[in-house]
Design a protein around this ligand. Sequence first.
Ligand code: HEC
Ligand code: HEC
Ligand code: HEC
Ligand code: HEC
Length: 426
Amino acid sequence: MKTDRSRIIASLTVIVILLGSTSFTLQSYAEKSSLKVSDFEDPSICGSCHDQHYSEWQRSQHAMAQVDRLYLAEYDQASKDTGGLTDPFCTKCHSPISYLAGEIPVSSELGMKGVSCDFCHTVSGTTDTGNGAFENSPGKSKRGPLRDPSASGYHDSTYSELHRESEFCAMCHVVNHPVNGLPIMTTYQEWRQSPYAAEGVTCQHCMMVPTKRKAAVTGNVRDEVFGHIFLGGHHEYNLKRAARLTLEVSSPVTAGENVTIRANVTNSGCGHALPTGVSEVRELWLEVTAQDHSGKLLFQGRQYYRPVFVDEKGEDVGPLFWRATKILSDNRIAPKETRTERFSFNIPPDATLPITVDARLLYRLAPQEVADKAGLGLLPVTVLAQAEVSAGRSGILSIFGLPAALVAVAVMALAALLILHRRRRQ
Ligand code: HEC
Ligand code: HEC
Ligand code: HEC
Ligand code: HEC
């Protein structure tokens, strides 16, 4: 799309000119540091002593960050849109070692391993919140949370408070638009404003749940060693703990009348909004259906939870966040918040009661058409929470579970029998 591309380059150029040489310019991301890819070590080396950390990390999205097809498809699109200006920006978080070495596009074996051990464990400071504000000092010393590390025989160990804090994750789990500063990914801020932050529950507590085990094959067993799978929205285990759902139906429920359904969706399990991260890519929606006693569909309603990013023409940019100039709306659910959705509809006069209402909160990593473009195949839809209620008495009044008419016939038959019996005896 030539016109699209020149329009976006034009608008980015205008903003870049407007902002002059502020740190928001995309060009600043292309500046080279003095580091080389070979200053960092391959995860397989670490794996020889930290075998569990290694096998967990291999299963994490951090290991996939540079080979993830959804990412690569968007990266190419952004690159086309901006004449390659976004390449270093995206690379900064998805393959930080390549970024630090000025290796763009990413080509080295280590660069392809995304966010790896020696990147995270040589972070020596952070300069800002988000957009990859990390400082690294690669070399002999590995930085981590242990105050009393045993000698490794391979590297020195340096205690780092930063590694124990949410601010460590915020370096990458916050994305501000590189040109206009729009808050695109706000996972850290969502946590900061939540009750979890007040209670001192960090990102690491939930996403790297600690267990009692060894931190290295030659070390002693420790009470708290942090997991490295980084369970998130890619793992069903985590998704199933994210939300709760309850349903209420207004009474009375009568054929031919209006009925109102209230679905209460609670973000019960996340320390950040639901959904979070690249929430412009994710799909989270509530689906409510009602059917009558015979199974006839009476109503179907949907509510999506997402931020809506628009371009300068006011058009929804969908997952293509770099095109955004404004956030039109954002109805994602905050930590511990309960959102009530109302749906009203008319029950047709010929409907059979009771009606059954079913509500499901559904999640998909990306819209299917986005997945198709990225060559991902069919993406699963995960049910995060589900609720069902029946409402409205059936047309026939029931007594002890039996239809009233049947009970009446039985009573009359009994009475007739009694009368007949008496007459015979007289
Ligand atoms: C995304 C960044 C990141 C990556 C990648 C990463 N780690 Fe960690 N690692 C951490 C953080 C953060 C902690 C500390 C968590 C805490 O104490 O709150 C940690 C803790 C550790 C510890 C101390 C023991 C423990 O688990 O508490 C070791 C050892 C370790 N990591 C090794 C590794 C190895 C080996 C790899 C690669 C296979 C790796 N890490 C990949 C962030 C990372
Ligand atoms: C020869 C074995 C060996 C190798 C190889 C090795 N480590 Fe370690 N590492 C250890 C031992 C032993 C400890 C201390 C564990 C303990 O005290 O429980 C340790 C501790 C650590 C810590 C914790 C430091 C702290 O103060 O919190 C980090 C982080 C770490 N290693 C990262 C790495 C990384 C990254 C690599 C690969 C570049 C690596 N290690 C390679 C043996 C090794
Ligand atoms: C160098 C940047 C960087 C740092 C630092 C970082 N992450 Fe990530 N993280 C990423 C990227 C990039 C992805 C997405 C990879 C992909 O799927 O393409 C990611 C993915 C994740 C996911 C998976 C999300 C999902 O949808 O399944 C979790 C969970 C996660 N990170 C947790 C953490 C935590 C917790 C910390 C702090 C201890 C942290 N990350 C630090 C860059 C980083
Ligand atoms: C400041 C760091 C940062 C920058 C810059 C960044 N990302 Fe990411 N990206 C992340 C993190 C962190 C995640 C994981 C978010 C989550 O799921 O919670 C992610 C996830 C993604 C995903 C979803 C991957 C999946 O499989 O779920 C896509 C697509 C993506 N990024 C595209 C891009 C593109 C394209 C650019 C550049 C225009 C870019 N990102 C720049 C940090 C960053």
